[in-house]
Design a protein around this ligand. Structure first.
Ligand code: CMC
Length: 421
């Protein structure tokens, strides 16, 4: 096989190296394209563009494979905790018991945020969307912890990473409690990382909060399933913002904003909103199926389809089972969830969805579980952000350590030619 790809342009032949990943993915290295030919590539949405080499996550959309540092998502969900997966993503290997204990201790020590952050929180209206609040508070962390991270210092990098892993759950819980009008909660360091997330979100001042192992297990799985997904919209955002040498907190804050949208992390909220709208309309799922197929109607079935997975979403398989377990264990009988089941069955048997390889994605089921767990709809994307945090951190660290050039795409200008007033 040739190690070069030839391009013919204006009767001249140019050669570009072929590069290959460890799972045999191939790409054309076009770094010298413009210098050699004067041309640029045009690829809106970057469907054919590799922006980096990465060791973190392998995803094969055709075969439904998702692996972190070589471990399958199925294996990780069955045998690891969210914090272990976070360590794996960020530091490259699963932690030993000693490493995990140290990480836990470091996180616990850092589980406080500056009280003045409350002033920023206070200034938001209660009706503000939690993702907007979370993005602002995350960016605000920079102001309260202004020292820059020396990327050549392992110690500096670790300190920034631990700080964010410790403080981000507090910010998410404060966001939730602000919107709900509840007093702010602090970490309970006798709990595990995931138990503490549930405690900070749900503990009410006048009641004990009893941790339900089924709920914690489902939360653990949900967070692991969202932990990284290679170069998706929010992760690419984190990398590109970080490539300007903006700090970790600012880069992650940008990732939170990117995740907010309905076509990305906001889809889980979109699913429940769609199901609620169907119920309000009388519950006729067939009517909404027709709308989803009508090219003149902008309505899409939220939670169906994926940019990369074109056969099935492996995360959806795992979470579908967890959703069933949670619904059974908590004895939930929710009309919204019954509509979800009907819609899923109809779409899986409909030629429009079959032909286009549109299957329920992870967010179809994650929204269902969050609802069953009593997490308010507008908090769903915040839960996604909590899960995605280690992925963002790992990708940011990798980008900074590789000293990647600043992200700066080009364009094909289609505006007015030179003119005068
Ligand atoms: N409902 C109805 N039709 C759809 C849907 C849908 N949910 N998704 C795609 N299609 C159709 C689309 O109209 C197009 O039809 P045609 O070929 O006749 O023009 C065809 O399927 C291909 O669609 P596409 O827009 O080219 O697909 P894409 O890969 O660019 O978009 C997507 C992927 C996720 C943005 C899209 O499927 C979608 O909008 N889904 C609903 C939102 C959603 O659930 N997003 C969460 C994604 S998972 C979370 C994450 O990992 O970020």
């Amino acid at each position: 096989m040739s190690d070069f790809v030839k391009l013919t342009y204006q009767n001249k032949e140019f050669e570009f190296p072929l590069i290959q990943g460890s799972e045999n993915e191939k790409g054309i290295d076009i770094k010298s394209l413009r210098a050699q030919t004067g041309l640029i590539t045009f690829d809106p949405g970057y469907k054919n563009t590799g922006s980096c080499k990465s060791n973190i996550t392998y995803l094969n959309g055709e075969e439904g494979i998702l692996r972190h540092r070589g471990y399958s998502i199925e294996d990780l969900c069955e045998k690891a905790s969210f914090l272990e997966v976070a360590f794996l993503l960020i530091f490259g290997e699963l932690p030993t018991e000693k490493e995990l204990n140290l990480l836990n201790e470091e996180i616990k020590k850092d589980s406080l945020v500056d009280e003045d952050l409350k002033l920023i929180l206070k200034s938001f209206p209660k009706a503000a969307h939690p993702m907007g609040i979370l993005a602002s508070l995350t960016s605000g962390l920079t102001a309260f912890n202004p020292s820059t991270v020396n990327i050549d210092s392992e110690e500096d990098m670790r300190e920034a990473i631990i700080m964010l892993m410790a403080k981000f759950p507090i910010l998410t819980s404060w966001t939730h409690r602000k919107v709900k009008g509840l007093p702010l909660n602090y970490a309970n360091i006798s709990l595990s990382y995931v138990e503490n997330i549930a405690h900070m979100l749900f503990k009410l001042p006048h009641q004990d909060y009893i941790l339900n192992p089924i709920v914690i297990d489902a939360l653990n799985k949900l967070l692991i399933l969202h932990a990284d997904h290679e170069q998706n919209c929010s992760t690419s955002t984190v990398r590109i913002v970080g490539s300007s040498e903006a700090g970790l907190f600012a880069s992650v804050s940008a990732g939170v904003s990117a995740l907010w949208g309905r076509l990305h992390g906001g889809a889980n909220q979109g699913v429940i909103e769609m199901l609620t709208a169907i119920k309000r309309d009388g519950g006729d799922t067939k009517k909404f199926m027709s709308r989803a197929k009508d090219k003149n109607d902008p309505f899409r079935l939220m939670g169906f389809g994926h940019r990369v997975y074109k056969n099935f979403d492996p995360r959806a398989r795992i979470i579908k089972k967890a959703a069933n377990d949670v619904l059974k264990e908590l004895k939930i009988n929710d009309p919204i969830l019954n509509i979800a089941k009907k819609l899923e069955e109809e779409a899986l048997n409909d030629s429009y969805f079959i032909d286009r390889k549109l299957y329920p994605n992870v967010d179809f089921y994650s929204g269902i579980i969050y609802r069953a767990l009593g997490i308010p709809t507008e908090m769903f994307t915040v839960m996604f952000a909590l899960g995605r945090l280690p992925g963002w951190i790992a990708q940011w660290s990798e980008m900074r350590k590789n000293i990647e050039p600043i992200g700066r795409p080009r364009q094909i200008y289609t505006g007015e030619k030179f003119r005068t007033i």
